[in-house]
Design a protein around this ligand. Structure first.
Ligand SMILES: [Mg+2]
Length: 301
């Protein structure tokens, strides 16, 4: 397939579902009708680092690239809008259209429009996805820096499933295994993120690197201590609490709330309370026999 035919096929595979687009694929740049606040995040996935071509279908790779970018929009409490995609394709990669179709499948689920992008040739498969979310006022959005002493710490969903799925995939399981499916096609918690923000979350982050690392980011940015009880962490089936807090790629959300907002928070999303915020600094993980040290998630080089 030549480059022009590939681009034409990609354009045919994409749907405009935003209502904000004035111009998109086929022009030199996309043009959107902006809302007052644009919330932008960008992520890059590299073959052999963030996924393995040997075990991931092209469509799963496309899905995951968009999911990781959208998860950051979820963590801000923003409404997702448009995605822009840049792909480096090695010559031996035969399924570029499947890659875009996988991405478009998640975009369709999330009401996102893939509004533009670029395809170039190169030595290794690399996907870069920038997403723009929207909000009307700064107060609608939640940062990492607002956790206060006395707040409760909650997480959505179950943790550790993606890492357990990655191991099972390496051992030969396939996407019929629920944990493998969870690893291959994570779902960004966009609805939960917006609902938790509206319910008054003081700080929020998506669990992309593992709670043991991501909760530390909230503690550092907020200038507080987060205390998390390991026996309260909701674990995916067959996963220990230690694995659940160190495994990455779950894309669940961690949010902090004042005690007085416990009920609205519980109504907003499927939350499990795992700990509390206090004066001090850093993350304190507490097991049955006291503080547990030495656990961390994925630490970026
Ligand atoms: Mg993030």
């Amino acid at each position: 397939v030549g480059e022009l035919e590939l681009i034409a096929a990609i354009e045919t595979a994409l749907a405009d579902r935003s209502g904000r687009l004035v111009r998109w694929t086929g022009d030199d740049a996309a043009v959107t009708r902006a809302r007052p606040l644009a919330v932008t995040s960008i992520d890059t996935l590299v073959d052999g680092v963030h996924f393995e071509r040997g075990t991931h279908e092209a469509s799963d790779i496309g899905w995951k690239a968009l999911a990781t970018a959208l998860s950051d929009i979820a963590a801000m409490g923003a409404e997702p809008g448009e995605a822009y995609v840049s792909v480096v394709l090695p010559e031996d990669f035969g399924e570029p259209l499947e890659l875009v179709q996988g991405m478009e499948a998640l975009a369709s689920e999330c009401g996102v429009t893939i509004a533009g992008g670029d395809v170039v040739s190169g030595p290794v498969l690399v996907l870069t996805v920038a997403v723009t979310g929207w909000a009307d006022a700064p107060e609608e959005l939640v940062g990492r820096d607002g956790a206060q002493p006395g707040d409760l710490v909650g997480v959505t969903g179950e943790l550790g499933g993606s890492e357990a799925g990655r191991r099972r995939l390496a051992e030969g399981s396939n996407a019929h295994d629920a944990l493998v499916a969870r690893h291959l096609r994570p779902r960004p918690r966009l609805e939960s993120g917006r609902a938790l923000a509206a319910a008054g979350a003081t700080a929020m982050i998506d669990l992309s690197d593992g709670l043991a690392t991501d909760a530390r980011h909230v503690a550092e940015r907020s200038g507080v201590e987060l205390r998390v009880e390991l026996d309260r962490v909701p674990c995916a089936p067959g996963v220990s609490a230690e694995e659940a807090v160190t495994g990455g790629d779950d894309y669940e959300l961690l949010a902090t709330f004042p005690e007085g907002l416990r009920e609205p928070a519980e109504s907003a999303a499927p939350l499990t309370w795992v700990g509390t915020v206090s004066a001090g600094g850093g993350l304190l993980l507490v097991g049955a026999d006291g503080p547990v040290t030495g656990l961390s998630g994925y630490e970026h080089p």
